[in-house]
Design a protein around this ligand. Structure first.
Ligand SMILES: NC(=O)c1ccc[n+]([C@@H]2O[C@H](COP(=O)([O-])OP(=O)(O)OC[C@H]3O[C@@H](n4cnc5c(N)ncnc54)[C@H](O)[C@@H]3O)[C@@H](O)[C@H]2O)c1
Ligand SMILES: [Zn+2]
Ligand SMILES: [Zn+2]
Length: 385
């Protein structure tokens, strides 16, 4: 089959590789009809992770089941399903509690002592191949396949966002403990920040502020019903306080991660975290779904090399704030978010800028990584004729 393979920093190509096989009785094989490129893929693409050469990337996967292991009960050949980017077992202590992003059974503990969680085509998340390919192996298929309704084909590019960015944006608002009628400040208007804004709107936020320096992404935030704030237009904390009676936003979401920049391309790894501590009110909660990693040897920042940031902990403590972090537990939300799409209450496909073939993926990686004008979210159709 054809698959998008990582060969080193900024080197990916579409190669002929061996087809995946059913390895365990609980597996199925999926023929991908849609798979996305994600901001998380870019950390790997840029060589800013320890992902191994030869890895097939791709963790935002939707397709048709073509083969079923003999212990799989509910999933049948021909079913159209979307996969959470996390791979869970469904029966470990964490999956049982809804923490499917931290599965103990599927984790690769050689990565870090105490490491939990697994994903397709992802650095440090186990040996699983990604879905930017014609086929992918799905472990524990009864647990990991979310069945799609009869409008699956018509709304395919909405449903594919259930694999990651829609639940992840939603998770950011839950980690922030957003309540109806409250205000939220979201750092980052990439796909994930935009999904956090859409989630906040659906949950009845009174004010949604989205901060970034890319005009066209801010324009999408505006379209979703948020107030866009350009990083270059004055002090963000002051603007948020002015708009919220002087106190700051009720809660905040970090949707940028460790490669956040100062707007002139220089990475300042503590910028968004400290900006959120400033812009969120005393006692407010901050949801951090932007990725931070245990080591970043290629960073120019001495602390960041060791996975650390200079965090305004004194201000955070003094304001009595709280914080939630980590990978999204997609399974905790994807069924209900699917039903919001089915009932026309959510349309996450609105952020898509490009629908391409798998062959076009290397070029798409380059443009998306450069944050080139017009490249907001790329979806690929690996088996399109
Ligand atoms: N926790 C999870 O489960 C999970 C899942 C998916 C993605 N992520 C992570 O979420 C983050 C965002 O993902 P994405 O796909 O939207 O990525 P992206 O790179 O497309 O978007 C990031 C946005 O942040 C903006 N930005 C950079 N510096 C900024 C600053 N100082 N202030 C405000 N905005 C700034 C960029 O201009 C860009 O628009 C990434 O770190 C990604 O790895 C986490
Ligand atoms: Zn993703
Ligand atoms: Zn598990």
């Amino acid at each position: 089959m054809k698959a998008l393979v990582y060969h080193g920093p900024k080197k990916v190509s579409v190669d002929n590789v061996a087809d995946p096989k059913i390895e365990k009785h609980t597996d199925v094989l999926l023929k991908l009809t849609t798979t996305n490129i994600c901001g998380s893929d870019l950390h790997m693409y840029e060589g800013r992770t320890n992902v191994e050469k030869g890895k097939i990337l791709g963790h935002e996967n939707l397709g048709e089941v073509v083969e079923v292991g003999d212990a799989v009960d509910t999933v049948k050949v021909g079913d159209k399903v979307v996969l959470p980017f996390n791979i869970g077992c469904g029966f470990c202590a964490n999956c049982e509690r809804g923490l499917s992003g931290y599965c103990l059974t599927c984790a690769d503990s050689s990565v870090m002592p105490g490491m939990a969680g697994a994903a397709y085509g992802f650095a440090g998340m186990g040996p699983y191949s990604g879905g930017q390919a014609q086929f992918v192996r799905v472990p524990y298929a009864d647990y990991n396949c979310l069945q799609l309704p009869p409008d699956a084909d018509e709304k395919e590019t909405d449903y594919v966002m259930l694999s990651d960015i829609f639940p992840t944006g939603w998770h950011a608002t839950r980690l922030a403990n957003l309540e109806p009628g409250q205000s939220i400040v979201i750092y980052g208007s990439g796909p994930v920040g935009l999904m956090a804004a859409m989630s906040a709107r659906i949950q009845g936020a009174a004010q949604i502020f989205v901060v970034d320096d890319i005009e066209e992404r801010l324009a999408l935030a505006d379209k979703i019903g948020a107030t866009p704030i350009h990083t270059k237009k004055g002090n963000i904390g002051d603007q948020i306080r002015e708009a919220t009676g002087g106190w700051g936003a009720d809660c905040g979401a970090e949707c940028v991660g460790y490669q956040c920049t100062n707007g002139r391309g220089k990475e300042i790894p503590n910028l968004t975290m400290n900006a959120l501590v400033d812009a969120v009110k005393a006692t407010g909660q901050i949801g951090v779904i932007g990725v931070f990693i245990p080591q970043d040897p290629k960073s120019e920042d001495e602390l960041a090399k060791k996975g650390q940031i200079a965090f305004d902990f004194g201000k955070f403590w003094f304001k009595g704030q709280k914080m939630g972090t980590g990978q999204c537990n997609v399974k905790a939300y994807n069924r209900r978010l699917r039903d919001l799409i089915h009932q026309d209450k959510a349309n996450p496909s609105l952020i898509i800028s490009h629908e391409l073939s798998l062959e076009e993926a290397p070029d798409a990686y380059m443009h998306f990584d450069n944050r080139d004008k017009g490249w907001t979210k790329v979806v690929l159709h690996p088996n399109a004729a």
